[in-house]
Design a protein around this ligand. Structure first.
Ligand code: HEM
Length: 155
């Protein structure tokens, strides 16, 4: 009889310990998830600086420059801000993108593969210049690639 009580007490204690340990590991996964890409890139200012640097390169490119020729200064500033907001939102940052979807905003511009490759080359230059680590560089490139089907119209 005494032995049975001890057995029950030990099983009860073990159950309490298991519940406590699993609660601890749950708490750990809840409070320390991997930082978002937004955070790992350095937040709003870093993303904004990257976009500025890329836009300077593509707007002055011999082929790509045609998309920004004869556009008003403020229109370009507005577009740049929308691109920053878009990337901030998609990388897990605290912004709500209020612009148009990629397909709607680029439809009819006849952006081709060559245009796309110039953009990606400029982006890679900038990421290297800003010392963005390999993992984050890869994730940014993958993100851009995910938008390509809605932006490039002919090859
Ligand atoms: C070679 C590729 C690209 C070219 C030539 C291009 C060109 C342009 C141009 C000319 C506009 C202004 C459209 C307008 O005023 O109506 C625009 C808008 C925009 N682009 Fe691109 N773009 C390219 C790729 C991308 C990519 C890869 C992204 C996102 C990662 C992007 C994000 C945006 C956004 C957020 C806007 C503003 C949309 C809005 O006005 O609501 N673009 N783009």
């Amino acid at each position: 009889m005494n032995l049975n009580i001890r057995k029950i007490a030990i099983i009860g204690l073990l159950q309490v310990m298991i519940t406590f340990l699993s609660a601890c590991s749950f708490a750990e996964t809840k409070t320390s998830p991997e930082a978002s890409l937004y955070q790992r890139l350095g937040g709003f200012d870093a993303i904004s600086a990257v976009v500025d640097d890329v836009v300077v390169q593509i707007a002055s490119d011999e082929k790509l420059g045609r998309f920004w020729a004869h556009r008003g200064k403020d229109g370009i500033v507005r577009e740049k801000q929308l691109i920053v907001d878009f990337i901030v939102e998609k990388s897990g940052g605290p912004l709500y993108y209020t612009g148009r979807e990629m397909k709607i905003s680029h439809e009819g511009m006849r952006i081709d593969n060559e245009d796309w490759n110039i953009l990606i080359k400029a982006l890679k230059n900038t990421l290297k210049k800003f010392n963005v680590p390999a993992k984050e560089t890869q994730q940014v490139l993958e993100f851009f690639d995910s938008t390509k089907k809605d932006i490039v119209e002919k090859s």
